[in-house]
Design a protein around this ligand. Structure first.
Ligand code: FAD
Ligand code: NAI
Length: 465
């Protein structure tokens, strides 16, 4: 069988690339080693975690409705039903991708793909049989895998990655999370709301490194109130699994006396690494960078002509929508069009309660780059809708160029932040200014009015503060 394009990996990068290329008239195949399509995101990442985040948030909220005049008995947890909801959500999404492949006449090949030569992909099935497919172009979209913690062996039962943390059949009494990044705080939130005592051990002296410092500080205070315990500037040096309870040895990152913490489950969430195993990249001479990511040029082509790469396996934020947009761009390039991703306007959302959402530069980045900027901030406590919903935690912060007023970044902590951020994304895509945002009419009463007020604060003066 001969194709225009073979995509290896069917995550958000790979499946979106395949669909877009097929829509543009290319004959496309996808090779996926998992039994279902959709990659990390749909099977063991974005989708199952959001199903559990939503369900656990509802569980927690039902227990806190007194202030709205609603009295309900203490909610009871039916964990198997909650997990079944998560599994059903995953199934409907991965089945959706299979349907879209059929609809777009994309051939799906289940098996491990390896590149024998440019234009030749070998698919090895689970039973060991293999088949060689021919193609004009290959896109590597093999994603990423969780990074291991040296000296700690994951069994996905008591010492888990995000994959095991989405499958726990019992709420752990004590959950110790290693890493205060996105996975640790999202999945820590799920189990905290369901009753676990959660301690987060973080190597650095702050949570969510890379996010705006104001946001991280305020968010940590809110998580403290929810009962999270943080041990910042601390590293895990080992886990003793011999007893009924895990004994976790930690010590200050800067060195000092060790201490032992007890836990029923340890979640290792210290980042993810690109996944290139078994692809045969060495054989065909595809170069990797110093962090073992596939090196690509501005057109997503590797150093070997006809072999491209996108998504978590290349540089940049490890986000589903970044992978998707790269998938679209490379499909357009292969179809002779001009594909492009604006890396300055990729939003990032932490789906906790409240949510954290951010796009563009942080204040720290602007300072480091020596760019003169203006800050506009507006707290949800001054927003009428937020008061009506008892959702006054958090704020909006916008950063605009001091001279041109162009919006350089937006950062939100608050209920619905993950939806609200997109008005800043679209504005930045069109190189808009704080004044543009401040002059756009926002419906009243909405949480989004706080974005307008923050923009007003950056450009001139807020009305409601
Ligand atoms: P992947 O989704 O990792 O897909 C790669 C696919 O390639 C896999 O299916 C794999 O089986 C297959 N593969 C690998 N090697 C081969 C081979 N040799 N042959 C055939 N197939 C192969 N991002 C967000 O934007 N929002 C979120 O809310 C979010 N939540 C997350 C929650 C968790 C718990 C995790 C772990 C991640 C989350 N992410 C989220 C990150 C997101 O999942 C990734 O950024 C995204 O999946 C990357 O897409 P991709 O297509 O590059 O790779
Ligand atoms: P992360 O990079 O977000 O956070 C890892 C954290 O672990 C960092 O704070 C880091 O300083 C810390 N750390 C590293 N080594 C450590 C050590 N030895 N001891 C203690 N702390 C240590 O990685 P995470 O949370 O594993 O997520 C991986 C990727 O998945 C992220 O890059 C993210 O983009 C993506 N993701 C996105 C989500 C979203 O968009 N909502 C949800 C979940 C994951």
């Amino acid at each position: 069988m001969s194709y225009d394009l073979i995509v290896i990996g069917s995550g958000p990068g790979g499946y979106v690339c395949a669909i877009k290329a097929a829509q543009l008239g290319l004959k496309v195949a996808v090779v996926e080693k998992r039994a279902t399509y959709g990659g990390t995101c749909l099977n063991i990442g974005c989708i199952p975690s959001k199903a559990l985040l939503h369900a656990s948030e509802m569980f927690d909220e039902v227990g806190h409705l007194d202030a709205l005049g609603i009295k309900v008995a203490k909610p009871k947890l039916d964990l198997p039903v909650m997990l079944a909801h998560k599994d059903a959500t995953v199934k409907s999404n991965v089945d959706g991708v299979a349907y879209l492949f059929k609809k777009n006449k994309i051939d799906g090949h289940i098996g491990t793909g390896s590149i024998a030569a440019p234009g030749k992909v070998v698919v090895t099935k689970e039973d060991g049989t293999s088949e060689t497919l021919e193609t004009k172009a290959i896109v590597i979209a093999t994603g990423s895998d969780s990074a291991p913690l040296p000296g700690v062996t994951v069994d996905e039962q008591r010492i888990v990655t995000s994959t095991g943390a989405l499958e726990l059949t019992k709420v752990p009494g004590k959950l110790l999370v290693v890493g205060a990044g996105v996975i640790g705080l999202e999945l820590g939130s799920v189990w905290r709301r369901l009753g676990a005592e959660v301690t987060v051990v973080e190597y650095l002296d702050r949570i969510l490194p890379g996010m705006d410092g104001d946001v991280a500080k305020q968010f940590q205070r809110l998580l403290d109130k929810q009962g999270f315990a943080f041990k910042l500037g601390t590293k895990v040096t080992g886990v003793d699994t011999s007893g009924k309870t895990l004994k976790v040895t930690v010590e200050p990152a800067a060195g000092g006396a060790a201490e032992t913490l007890e836990a029923d489950v340890v979640l290792v969430s210290i980042g993810r690494r690109p996944f290139t195993e078994g692809l045969g990249l060495e054989g065909v001479g595809v170069e990797l960078d110093e962090r073992k990511r596939v090196k690509v040029d501005v057109h997503y082509q590797t150093n070997v002509a006809g072999i491209y790469a996108i998504g978590d396996v290349i540089a940049g934020p490890m986000l589903a929508h970044k992978a998707e947009d790269e998938g679209v761009a490379v499909a357009e390039i292969l179809a002779g069009q001009a594909g492009h991703v604006n890396y300055g306007a990729i939003p990032s959302v932490v789906y906790t309660s409240p949510e954290v959402a951010t796009v563009g530069a942080t204040e720290e980045e602007l300072k480091a780059a020596g760019i003169a900027y203006k800050v506009g901030k507006f707290p949800f406590s001054a927003n009428g809708r937020a008061r009506a919903m008892l959702a006054t935690d958090g704020f909006v912060k916008v950063l605009a160029d001091a001279t041109t007023d162009r919006l350089l970044g937006a950062h939100i902590v608050g209920k619905g932040a993950g939806e609200m951020i997109h008005e800043a994304v679209v504005l930045m895509e069109f190189a808009g200014s704080a004044e543009d945002l401040a002059r756009s009419t926002h419906a009243h009463p909405t949480m989004s009015e706080s974005i307008k007020e923050a923009a007003l604060a950056a450009w001139f003066k807020p009305i409601h503060m």
